[in-house]
Design a protein around this ligand. Structure first.
Ligand code: PMV
Length: 310
């Protein structure tokens, strides 16, 4: 029987970047993200005469196939005679957290397809082995990925939040987050500072979200937004995911702030910039940013739902 699941990407405001324990995917620092609807991965599993994996309708690379096969072997010890179809409605591997929604959807689909019925803790343990950040896409709203490898939901009202992606480049990135993380942990003299700073910021951000203090949420997020690219720039050899257009997009967000918009930006392991604003500013902000010549995706609303069967 075919099983289909859907999940949304989450965008971290305080980022996870580096594993203290690679085997178990335990992060050096706590992180906190919001899951967004509108951006989504839909993944199905169905019986087949061998192992097949179609990503956005095309045969996946042998590397991705091997990764998904290894992941699914945590759900079934029997030979994997299945066809997996995974489709994103947004650019894959361009720093838009596609691996997060992909592995969250795959986990939930596999849990049902292979009749595992794993509990929350077990499903989190497996999911984060596919992609660390995927653990946060198992849930809607705001979620912490803690150093112990599990998730704490942050009970905050996010109704008023809207996300835009300032799309500066939708090509697949040359270096995976996984490889970038390893190099940063090993070689960046700024890594320790990044970790300490993130651990402090997670609790402050969580409080600000609960108190619905948008300004504080924005200032903490922006303080953290460039810490990760900063630690990457200091790695050896340096990792430069951001490009000139990313900096131009950040300058635009700063300019809009000065014009009175309530808005802040955040980055991921890629060149695209995300900005978060309040619902009442969303339309005029999109017009303003588009007029400045940027390609804007959104607005996206926070998702109340996490990964689920459909
Ligand atoms: O999901 P992974 O293990 O590839 O890690 C990606 C982590 C970042 O997206 C770069 C940051 C984060 O916290 O989401």
């Amino acid at each position: 029987m075919k099983v289909t699941a859907k999940a949304h990407p989450n965008i971290a405001l305080v980022k996870y970047f580096g594993k203290k324990d690679s085997k178990n995917v335990l992060p050096y620092n706590d992180s906190l993200s919001i899951t967004w609807e509108g951006l989504e991965t839909v993944t199905s599993i169905e019986p087949a005469d061998g192992f097949y994996f179609l990503m956005n309708g095309k045969d996946a690379s042998s590397e991705d196939k091997a990764k998904v096969n290894a992941f699914l072997s945590r759900f079934s010890k029997a030979p994997l005679n299945v066809l997996i179809r995974s489709t994103n409605n947004f650019p894959t591997a361009a720093g838009l957290a596609s691996s997060a929604s992909a592995f969250a959807a795959l986990s939930v689909a596999a849990n049902r397809y292979f009749a595992c019925d794993f509990d929350k803790q077990t499903l989190e343990t497996i999911t984060r082995k596919g992609s660390g950040s995927a653990i946060r896409s198992l849930y809607g709203g705001a979620n912490r990925f803690n150093r112990d490898g599990h998730v704490t939901h942050v009970d905050a009202s996010l109704e008023d939040y809207r996300l835009f992606v300032i799309l500066v480049d939708d090509s697949k990135k040359a270096l995976s987050s996984r490889e970038a993380m390893k190099r940063v942990v090993r070689t960046s003299p700024l890594y320790k500072a990044f970790v300490n700073n993130a651990n402090e910021h997670v609790s402050l951000l969580s409080d600000a979200l609960v108190k619905e203090d948008f300004t504080k949420v924005g200032s903490i997020s922006e303080e953290n937004a460039l810490a990760m690219p900063g630690a990457m720039l200091a790695a050896n050899p340096p990792i430069r995911f951001m490009n000139d257009a990313s900096f131009a997009a950040i300058r635009l967000v700063d300019a809009m702030k000065h014009e009175g918009f309530e808005v802040f930006y955040t980055m991921d392991a890629g060149p695209n910039v995300k900005m978060i604003t309040k619902s009442r500013d969303a339309d005029s902000l999109k017009k303003r940013a588009s007029k400045a010549g940027f390609t804007i995706l959104g607005p996206f609303k926070p998702s109340k739902e996490g990964a689920r069967l459909i």
